[in-house]
Design a protein around this ligand. Structure first.
Ligand SMILES: NC(=O)c1ccc[n+]([C@@H]2O[C@H](COP(=O)([O-])OP(=O)(O)OC[C@H]3O[C@@H](n4cnc5c(N)ncnc54)[C@H](OP(=O)(O)O)[C@@H]3O)[C@@H](O)[C@H]2O)c1
Length: 270
């Protein structure tokens, strides 16, 4: 079909466009996949055909999430109990996942601490814990899994940053610093591995309805204040992050690297 000037007009998705989003034959690891955004992303990746592994510290919730994702998608997600802040446990986990899952093709660095604490009240230990889990652990895991991705000339590393990695908020100094650093880590690694088939991108969510945010959602004044800051005037449901992570994990996004995708209802557009 052509338009009045003779240019070709497409009437639907190009052939194969949805096929490019399939993740069959790929293995994805989602840290912090036992609840919240991590669980939603693991479910989306499994729905797109990936073999999924999830981590968390809470074994019961981890097993429950794995079972639920398995039921919905007809897959068998693997579940690894690990405190990613414990270097010994981290190494045991890396050995175990290598043994059980082989190469990881898609790494979603999602586990994070959303600490809310005014700077003057923050302890050294709190600062270090947030920087360690929200910034250092994503680096350590990227460094651990990238060599096999590079050898295979295919890899996807997706770092879950935050809108607060782009704009600041009072009471969130460590979190903003870590998430802003994570965006720069994303860009630096993207450049190092750009010619090697490994893309590195960040997702910057705005307010999603997860446990981490219950304290705000249950406070009517704080809740209304947040709504006033979100141009679409609502909070996001966890499942709304699914299609974006599938896109970034798939072959469809092979020209996308070093990017930071906001998914924030317009928050950072202001
Ligand atoms: N929800 C939002 O509105 C929002 C907005 C912007 C960015 N984000 C980011 O998105 C990610 C997920 O957020 P969420 O709201 O889903 O958070 P959440 O409900 O608090 O979940 C955090 C996840 O991280 C895991 N985790 C925490 N500490 C860990 C540790 N030491 N070792 C291993 N795993 C650990 C938790 O599992 P266990 O407790 O069982 O270990 C859980 O699975 C975070 O990086 C967060 O900063 C969220």
């Amino acid at each position: 079909m052509t338009d009045s000037e003779g240019h070709a007009v497409t009437t639907g998705a190009a052939p194969g466009v949805f096929d490019q989003l399939r993740l069959d034959g790929l293995t994805a690891l989602v840290t912090g996949g036992n609840r919240g955004l991590g669980r939603a992303m693991a479910l989306a990746l499994a729905s797109a055909g990936a073999a999924v592994a999830i981590t968390g510290r809470d074994q019961a919730r981890l097993e429950q999430a794995a079972a639920e994702i398995g039921d919905v998608t007809g897959t068998k997600p693997r579940a690894f109990v690990v405190d990613l802040l414990d270097s010994t446990a981290r190494q045991v986990f890396l050995d175990q996942i290598g043994h059980e899952c082989g190469r990881i093709d898609i790494l979603v660095n999602n586990a994070g601490i959303g600490l809310r604490r005014p700077a003057l009240q923050m302890t050294d230990e709190e600062w270090q814990r947030v920087i360690e889990l929200d910034l250092t652990v994503p680096f350590l895991l990227a460094r651990a899994f990238a060599p096999a991705m590079i050898e295979n000339r295919f890899g996807r590393i997706i770092n879950v940053s935050s809108a607060l990695g782009l704009i600041a908020f009072p009471g969130r100094a460590a979190y903003c610093a870590a998430k802003g650093g994570l965006i720069m880590l994303t860009r630096a690694l993207a450049l190092e591995w750009a010619e090697l088939g490994v893309t590195v991108n960040a997702i910057c969510p705005g307010p999603f309805e997860t446990e981490n945010n219950q304290v705000i959602q249950q406070d009517p004044v704080a809740y209304r204040h947040y709504l006033s800051l979100i141009p679409v005037r609502r909070w996001a449901k966890p499942e709304e992050i699914g299609p974006l992570v599938v896109y970034l994990a798939s072959r469809a996004s092979s020209f996308v690297t070093g990017a930071a995708y906001v998914i924030d209802g317009g928050w950072t557009a202001q």
